[in-house]
Design a protein around this ligand. Sequence first.
Ligand code: FE2
Length: 247
Amino acid sequence: MMRIADIHCHVLPYVDDGAQDWDESAELLKMQYEQGVRLVCCTPHLRKGMFEIPDKEILEQFGFLKEMAEKIFHGNLKVYLSREYYCDEAFLHRLEKNAVIPYGNGGYLLTEFSHRYTPEQFFEYVEKVINYGYRPLIAHVERYPELQDIEDIEELVRMGAKIQINAGSLLKMEGRQQARWAKKLLKEGLVHVVASDAHDVQTRTPELEKAAIYLEKKLGTEEAEKLLWKNQIQIMKSRRRIENGNN
Ligand SMILES: [Fe+2]
């Protein structure tokens, strides 16, 4: 079984539309673990007017989750915390105040976008995030109706963004068009991270083992390991680059 790092999921309970309670949270962690996941980074939503739980409360909840994971997995499952940031004006204010929880050592932020944004708006936000010294990991890139050209994804990558797709998209759990586009991006070598984006134990479940089998079959073991573990570790270890006076 392949070792997997899941760095986009909503397993922290009571903070967004993810896990409803501690039972569901434990269940999700167990499902991930059984599929080969050995590192989980919880990424609760932050979106003005929708998911606004402050970092302080998130950190407190995460403390409990860490204790729970320790009790269940005895150190065999590492858990970390970051957030999934919706790109809007409020997010830019946050960056200005440096009030974000990046991945691991501080280099990357998980960013999601409006379904109405044009490619130009994607470029603008990516540029701004980079100007603040972070690099964006673009959440489930296959989902955005206006972002359907290979050239636009290439440009985002050239700018310094990394690209994440959902495991479920590869398995046709999120519609045929999304599956087709996700697979095309994989084939073009434009995907860096496959993650579960798991929300619950019923419908938006972690499906990483199936995704691992698919990736290994299509791209070989080495490439599958990059998409499920190695690139994630690199993202966790990466540091913020503060050199442009925007700090
Ligand atoms: Fe998400």
